[in-house]
Design a protein around this ligand. Structure first.
Ligand SMILES: [Zn+2]
Length: 580
């Protein structure tokens, strides 16, 4: 059995401690200038380098050429105190967690006055210092108050506020922090390279996320993954399974279903979340995080989003760009509000699954509230409806009855039974009924729903790959589909595609793009079905392609014109050679 990664890569000098420069720099300066103190307090979350740093501090103090931030590495003390070395008689580690330390503290008080055996200082490292019992703390206090010149204390704790104040006030306090994802990612990548390990893209970010910023946890997870790696190294799928993560596919399915306003698939996805043993709270928190990421993608340019969400693989980022476009800014923000509120309600709730379903139900009902975000998402949907209807008619009807226009789900029917922000929502009986009603309404709304073999969620998941395949076959078809179309249905005979407006749909049919798309489905998914195309106004009109079609012309010409305008703009001369 090889040495655990965390031990193998434990630092021996401050320069090798990652992500704690705010602590290691002043400590190094104090060592250089000889202005060291007799008692230190290292606080911070577990696994972020407190104990390692305490040992490095001891090594730096006791080096023959020290105190120095760059211990020589050659003297006896440096060799004894190197990471995983034998240790030194003059550096005494005590763990307050294992026993109250009462006896040890008295022993320490008595022995502290003896000179160190072979080094400059006698250094006491007291781990989990907040667990010192009152007796031990008092015994120690005497020495900490008036320490012999050769004694130095380093207290390490996750809960500095619990350390008795008479000791705490005599220390120099250095708070350690969780390591930011970017720094931890670089660190893990270096270690993978050093270990010669083949690790698929996206695996390291998963490990970083699972570790929550603790270096020790990150290395222990990575060690487990490397130990179980096959001949091709660590694959993304294996990492996902092993880490007990909310399966990215489940998350993608949920978001795709929200984008398509497909309640049936969304609730089916919740079902799969529960059945596969995922924690609904964890899933909701991941969903919230994903909605946040989508908002970032939505708000920023490609380059900026890439630099902020740098932990994500490129293909995932591309998928999310597509998802954010389809959902729209206001809907995203509102969905995030609902998820955040639901997450709070889940704390201590006995039926978290029910709350998760309620969250999904509320996300699917954009007309159901009068908050600013609710109104905004209603406007967003109105704009989509307007995109479909002849301009003049749409505008008048918008003024007349916005609520009826905005909702195809029958919001008014649910308004009264749907609790808006009740913290006891799991106790409200009709919740399940509401959820069922939403499902039924959504099922009725979707044009084609029968799914045999591969289901529609699976089809949506591979949709970006299908589009990529189409792009290779014919750019014209690709430009009609990318960001302006989505999968609406699948049955034994056909795959139904929704396209943003009639102009684009007609162009699609005239150019016989259905043949291209059909072939792409065969190649990517292995499903051979006739392609049916319908107009789907729920697709976000704020995408470049869709915007192109919103030409201010007389209604009858709009659709014809827009189709040509789209093609002409996107393809230039290619339209001629491609033919129609
Ligand atoms: Zn040395």
């Amino acid at each position: 059995m090889s040495l655990a990664l965390y031990r193998k890569y434990r630092p021996s000098i401050f320069a090798d401690v990652i992500g704690q420069e705010h602590v290691t720099t002043p400590l190094s300066n104090a060592l250089s200038s000889g202005s060291t103190h007799h008692a230190y307090l290292f606080s911070g979350p577990r696994g972020c380098g407190k104990t390692s740093s305490a040992r490095i501090m001891a090594r730096s103090l006791n080096c023959e050429k020290g105190p120095t931030p760059n211990p020589c590495g050659d003297c006896q003390s440096c060799k004894d105190l190197v990471a995983n070395g034998p240790g030194s008689l003059d550096v005494i580690e005590l763990d307050a967690a294992t026993h109250g330390l009462v006896d040890d503290a008295r022993d320490l008080r008595d022995k502290a006055f003896f000179a160190p055996v072979q080094s400059k200082y006698k250094i006491y490292i007291i781990d989990e210092a907040h667990q010192l019992g009152p007796g031990a703390a008092n015994a120690l206090l005497k020495v900490v108050e008036e320490p012999p010149p050769h004694v130095i204390f380093i207290f390490a704790t996750t809960e500095p506020e619990k350390l008795i104040s008479t000791i705490r006030s005599r220390t120099h306090h250095y708070p350690f922090r969780l390591v930011p994802p970017g720094i931890l990612t670089t660190h893990l990548e270096k270690i993978c390279a050093f270990e010669g390990a083949e690790v698929a893209k996206g695996v390291v970010p998963l490990v970083v996320r699972a570790s929550g910023g603790s270096v020790r946890d990150a290395l222990s997870i990575l060690g487990q993954l490397l130990a179980g790696a096959g001949p091709d190294g660590v694959s993304y799928e294996i990492a996902l399974q092993l880490l007990g993560f909310t399966d990215g596919a489940l998350l993608d399915d949920a978001i795709d279903a929200i984008a398509a306003r497909d309640g049936a698939t969304l609730f089916k996805t919740v079902d799969r979340v529960i059945e596969s043993g995922h924690d609904p709270r964890r899933f909701t928190s991941d969903l919230l995080e994903r909605l946040r990421d989508l908002m970032i993608v939505d708000a920023l340019t490609e380059t900026n989003a890439n630099s902020i969400l740098r932990d994500l693989p490129d293909d995932q980022l591309e998928r999310m760009r597509n998802q954010s476009q389809r959902i729209g800014s206001a809907n995203l923000s509102r969905a995030a509000d609902i998820a955040a509120e639901g997450l709070t309600q889940m704390r201590g709730a006995t039926a978290p699954r029910l709350i998760l379903e309620l969250i999904c139900g509320r996300i699917l009902l954009p007309g159901g509230d009068t908050s600013e975000s609710g109104l905004l998402s209603r406007i967003e949907r109105l704009e989509r409806a307007e995109n479909l209807a002849p301009m003049s008619n749409a505008q008048t009807s918008v003024k007349q009855s916005p609520v009826k226009q905005s909702s195809s789900v029958g919001v008014d029917d649910f308004k009264e039974v749907l609790p808006k922000s009740s913290s006891q929502s799991e106790k409200i009986a009709p919740v399940e009924t509401v959820v069922e009603q939403v499902v039924k309404a959504e099922v009725k709304k979707a044009p084609v729903k029968a799914s045999i073999g591969m289901d529609i969620a699976g089809l949506r998941r591979v949709w970006p790959d299908v589009i990529e395949d189409v792009k290779k076959r014919r750019r014209l078809t690709w430009s009609l589909l990318s960001a302006s179309a989505q999968v609406l249905g699948l049955d034994d005979s056909a795959i139904t595609i929704g396209i943003v407006n009639a102009g684009a749909r007609d162009s699609f049919i005239r150019s016989e793009s259905d043949v291209i798309l059909r072939q792409a489905f065969v190649d990517v998914v292995g499903i051979d079905r006739k392609i049916e195309v319908v107009v789907d106004a729920s697709i976000n009109p704020n995408t470049p392609q869709a915007r192109e079609t919103r030409v201010d012309e007389s209604p009858s010409d709009v659709e014809q014109l827009s189709g040509h305008a789209l093609l002409a703009k996107e393809l230039g001369a290619q339209i001629i050679t491609e033919g129609k």
